[in-house]
Design a protein around this ligand. Structure first.
Ligand SMILES: CC(C)(COP(=O)(O)OP(=O)(O)OC[C@H]1O[C@@H](n2cnc3c(N)ncnc32)[C@H](O)[C@@H]1OP(=O)(O)O)[C@@H](O)C(=O)NCCC(=O)NCCS
Length: 179
C-alpha cells in the first residue's frame, strides 16, 4: 500500500523505522494525550509486532509512516483501526514529531488517507477519539471536516487517571459533499 501527497510519501510502518519512531514517540510532553508512549526500543519492537501485517483486517490496527519527500525523513505516523466485524467503520489517530508540527503535514496526510479509506476501501465512517484538552488535534479533525458527535465524561483510563473523550466523525457521504 503506497500513498503520496504533494510533500509526503505514506507507507506501512515496518521494523526498519523503529529508531525514528522511538525518537519522537518517546517525548512524554508532546504525546501526553496518547495512551502509548514507548521508553525503549523494545517497546517499539513489541508495538510493531502487534500491528496487522496487512491493511483492512477487522479488529486490528494498521500503522502508516509519513515520510517527507524532500529529506526522506519520517515526520510522523498515522494509525487506522478497522473497528467492526462488518468492516465499514474505522478509527484514525495521527502523531507528528514535534519538529514537523505546524506545517500542515498532518492535514495533508489525513486528507489523503480519508480519500483512500472512502474511495478505495469503501468505508462508511471514520472516527477520532480525542482528549478535550488536545486542541491541536481538535483543530486538525475540524479542519478536514469531522463533526463532533459525543463528549464522554471520564470514559478513558490514561496514564493513571480518568479522562474525558470527544468523538469526532466523518461519513463517506458527507466527505463526498465536502470535496
Ligand atoms: C495532532 C497533531 C498531529 C496535529 O499536528 P499539527 O501540526 O497541528 O497539524 P498540521 O500538520 O496539519 O499543521 C496544521 C497547522 O500548521 C499551520 N501551517 C503552517 N504552515 C502550513 C502549510 N504550509 N500548510 C498547511 N498548514 C500550515 C496551520 O495553520 C495549522 O496551524 P493551526 O492549527 O494553529 O491553525 C500534533 O499536534 C501531534 O502529533 N500531537 C501529539 C500526538 C497526538 O496527541 N495525536 C492525537 C491523537 S488523537
Amino acid at each position: 500500500m503506497k500513498l503520496e501527497t504533494e510533500r509526503l510519501l505514506i507507507r506501512p510502518l515496518t521494523i526498519a523505522y523503529k529508531n525514528e519512531l522511538l525518537a519522537y514517540r518517546r517525548d512524554k510532553e508532546a504525546n501526553k494525550y496518547q495512551g502509548w508512549i514507548p521508553e525503549k526500543i523494545e517497546d517499539v519492537e513489541e508495538f510493531i509486532a502487534k500491528i496487522a501485517d496487512r491493511i483492512d483486517v477487522p479488529d486490528t490496527w494498521f500503522q502508516l509512516v509519513l515520510i517527507e519527500k524532500e529529506t526522506n525523513t519520517i515526520v510522523g505516523d498515522l494509525g487506522i483501526h478497522f473497528m467492526d466485524s462488518e468492516n465499514r467503520q474505522t478509527e484514525i489517530g495521527c502523531t507528528l514529531s514535534k519538529d514537523y508540527q505546524n506545517r500542515g503535514y498532518a492535514t495533508e496526510a489525513l486528507m489523503r488517507v480519508m480519500d483512500y479509506l472512502f474511495s478505495d476501501l469503501n468505508k462508511h465512517r471514520i472516527i477520532a477519539s480525542i482528549d478535550p484538552d488536545n486542541k491541536s488535534s481538535i483543530r486538525l479533525v475540524e479542519r478536514v471536516g469531522f463533526r463532533k458527535e459525543a463528549h464522554f465524561i471520564e470514559s478513558l483510563w490514561i496514564h493513571g487517571k480518568w479522562v474525558d473523550e470527544l468523538i469526532y466523525a466523518m461519513t463517506g457521504k458527507y466527505w463526498d459533499r465536502l470535496k
